[in-house]
Design a protein around this ligand. Sequence first.
Ligand code: ZN
Length: 107
Amino acid sequence: MKLKPCPFCGSVPDPERCFKFVDGHKWGAVVCCCEGPDVRTHYSDGREWWAEAAEAWNTRVLDTEDVRASVERTFESRIDEMKASNRILIEENQELRNQLRGFGVDA
Ligand SMILES: [Zn+2]
């Protein structure tokens, strides 16, 4: 599992060095300049708990790419709404001009 950047320093933890036991061997976590959340290791020296720790880590991390993509989607959606609204205004404006021309007004 790919680790997201650290919420504090922004670096991506090195997967070969960031999985550490915390407070004995019962708990483990991804550790950067901050740590956690802790997950049960079942006292395993192997990598069995690493995926769970990575998943837990990724839930608390602000992924700037996710935020950027979300903001972009919101803006694109709003721009589409505004374009649709603008088309309606242009059509209404044209209709009014046509009506004015019908009254002999140069519009
Ligand atoms: Zn950090």
